[in-house]
Design a protein around this ligand. Structure first.
Ligand SMILES: [Zn+2]
Length: 334
């Protein structure tokens, strides 16, 4: 089935991913009956209040609903949590949530429509373990869509991170790590698997998120909220590894080694900014090469690059997809 390039699959000005007559993802548009929340990051929650008020149904995976509750989103109570892999029907559309690696609970969304088109929204995803979903139209995350947005191998990144943490602890220096939700829990679990046994401290928000990760099987070992009695004592007196969101930087002013986790460092696993301050190249997103490889695997007839989120690389990515794969592509919204 050939999709029409001016088709009704697009990203609206309100940042909703429109996949059919009934279904939108990650933003609100009037007139659509089903809203899907693909994961709990804030740039995928636009217009959630309006959606719970006016859509027939708002769904996410159970994990995403739990994370949103832990983040204190009031609308989350009105979400219907479904299992990853479940298909639901809305009018003539069959909508499937396909689990993918990003943060806990993330799902891609495939809509099989009355007109025969299979329309897929990639959401944010890591290529590793991503399923190949044959589709006609693909709406693609474009955060790292510029050709020089290429990261080193994940093993090199983890190895650099572990060396920094182990060296600091061996010298009696606490380590403070800054990263977004999901990425932080991923490195907490990694450090435990690597036998780092120092107590962990997390901000109160990170604490609530970490509890949800544990509910779904992540092993994070011993950790405390930095605003609790034990947490404060450890922070002031003991060797520890602490984890905060990048927006919580002000919270730590004790002498420590600081590590920032960012997707915006390319081609090298790690940079030392100054004494006791490092940046690590760690992202929950696919890099440029992985985005191209993913499109090549799914082989859609048409690609829409998301021009409403991330680093505004959607125009460049669409050009590169056409050039390298010969698949027509365009950014949306234009
Ligand atoms: Zn995300």
């Amino acid at each position: 089935m050939k999709p029409n390039p001016d088709s009704d699959v697009f990203v609206s000005n309100s940042k909703a991913i429109v996949l059919g007559k009934e279904t939108v993802c990650d933003g609100h548009e009037d007139g659509y009956r089903l809203r899907v929340v693909t994961h709990a990051h804030s740039d995928h929650l636009y217009g959630l209040k309006e959606s719970v008020r006016s859509c027939d149904l708002v769904i996410s995976t159970r994990e995403t609903k739990d994370l949103l509750m832990a983040l204190g989103k009031r609308e989350a109570r009105l979400l219907v949590g479904v299992n990853g892999g479940d298909t639901i029907r809305c009018g003539e559309e069959k909508v499937r949530l396909i689990p993918v690696e990003h943060i806990l609970g993330t799902a891609q969304v495939l809509v099989e429509r009355e007109d025969g088109l299979r329309c897929l929204y990639s959401s944010d995803f890591k290529l590793h373990g991503a399923p190949v979903v044959k589709c006609d139209v693909l709406v693609l995350d474009s955060t790292y869509g510029a050709p020089d947005n290429v990261r080193p191998k994940i093993e090199e990144v983890y190895s650099a991170f572990l060396t920094i943490v182990e060296d600091a602890l061996a010298k009696g220096e606490p380590v403070h790590v800054f990263g977004f939700i999901g990425k932080v829990q991923e490195v907490m679990a990694f450090l435990r698997r690597s036998d780092v046994n120092a107590p962990f401290l997390v901000s109160p928000r990170m604490y609530r998120i970490s509890r949800i990760y544990e509910k779904y099987g992540f092993r994070l070992g011993e950790y405390y909220s930095s605003d609790g009695y034990i947490g404060r004592k450890i922070l002031e007196n003991d060797l520890h590894v602490a984890f905060f969101s990048p927006l919580e930087k002000h919270r730590s002013n004790i002498s420590c080694v600081r590590v920032e986790l960012t997707g915006w460092l390319f081609k090298t696993p790690c940079v030392r900014k100054r004494e006791k301050e490092y940046v690590i190249s760690l992202s929950g997103h696919s890099d440029f090469n992985q985005l191209i490889e993913y499109v090549d695997r799914c082989r859609p007839s048409y690609v829409v690059t998301d021009n409403a989120r991330g680093g505004s690389q959607a125009v460049r990515l669409a050009e590169e997809i056409e050039k390298r794969l010969g698949i027509p592509a365009s950014p949306s919204p234009r």
